[in-house]
Write a protein that binds this ligand. Structure first.
Ligand code: NDP
Length: 283
């Protein structure tokens, strides 16, 4: 029987997950489908009931369900527990498990694009206190990297420092110039720089020459922050790699096959992102 996997969210039309997973299904000759399903918050419980009854193989979860879905699951993996948000569902025996693959996705992207970024004693500066920032911080803590976090709303950064403990300190936005002087990695995990949002205007001059700049935003692919980093000769890592690498462990859970993040797949997604940007840019 054809196995079925889904991505659920509301709205969901923008999701690139079907493109990604369909590519891997075709490449590995797996008899399965990966479908988009628009699920509104009141419909979430019914969807999970249908998922359990039908024995669907797996699911990705996006906004606005990443936290609300926890109440419907049997168990969380360590990353989802730490972050308090789920982006992938899979079965372990008859238990429906929620995990968060943004953590391995974040690490695999940096490992691929900026090898050596996590040298012993490294300090990362994370901007933001939402879901992406929490995934980044959990990932950085797994590698033993110290974290300084700053957020528009200081209380958000302070809450993360409290939640994640000794290796994570919160800072005021005004402290960034001094903080960047000692940073090995800067991560933008705010939505600043995303299409339709204001750009992130930050002077990168204080960063040391070996500093890596990573923007989790991937629409557009080259944000103003990344362009500024490249202009300064710093290693600049875009957010598309994180999107690709968070999908791979989900696919592996469902189909017992670890898919490859190929240059062809990256090029396909790049064309899609650039095409949609052009389509929405006023002439
Ligand atoms: P959230 O809504 O959870 O968090 C948004 C963050 O951005 C908050 O820290 C918020 O600060 C900050 N922010 C928003 N607007 C402004 C502003 N005008 N000035 C300063 N700070 C601002 O979003 P997510 O964490 O889920 O997503 C953030 C970005 O990461 C999005 O662009 C998303 O597409 C991207 N992303 C990329 C992934 C990938 O795979 N590459 C994975 C997940 C997300 P405040 O607390 O003050 O509101």
């Amino acid at each position: 029987m054809t196995r079925r996997a889904f991505v659920i969210g509301h709205p969901i039309a923008h999701s690139r997950s079907p493109m990604l997973h369909s590519y891997w299904l075709a490449r590995h000759g797996i008899d399965a489908t990966y479908e988009r399903r628009d699920v509104t918050p009141p419909e979430l419980g019914d969807f999970i009931a249908e998922f359990r009854a039908a024995g669907f193989i797996g699911c990705n979860v996006t906004v606005p369900h990443k936290t609300a879905i926890i109440a419907h699951l049997d168990r969380l993996d360590a990353e989802a527990e730490a972050i308090g948000a789920v982006n992938t569902l899979w079965w372990e025996g008859c238990q429906l498990v929620g995990g968060n693959t943004d953590v391995p996705g974040f690490l695999a992207n940096l490992d691929e694009r900026a090898p050596g970024w996590d040298r012993p004693g490294a300090l990362a500066v994370v901007l933001g206190a939402g879901g992406a920032a929490r995934a980044a911080i959990v990932a950085l803590c797994q590698r033993g990297v110290r974290v300084g976090v700053a957020n528009r709303t200081r209380a958000g950064a302070a809450a993360l420092a409290k939640r994640f403990g000794a290796g994570v300190a919160d800072h005021a936005w005004a402290e960034l110039p001094a903080l960047l002087e000692g940073a090995d990695l800067l991560v933008n995990a705010t939505s600043l720089g995303m299409n339709g949002q204001p750009p992130l205007d930050l002077d990168l001059a204080p960063l040391p020459a070996h500093g890596v700049v990573h923007d989790v935003v991937y629409t557009p692919l080259e944000t103003r922050l990344l362009a500024a980093a490249a202009a300064r000769g710093l290693r600049a890592v875009d957010g598309l790699g994180m999107l690709l690498h968070q999908a791979a462990p989900a696919f592996a859970r469902w189909f017992a096959t670890t898919p490859e993040v190929t240059a062809e797949l990256r090029a396909m997604l790049t064309r899609d992102i650039q095409g949609r940007v052009l389509a929405t840019t006023p002439r």
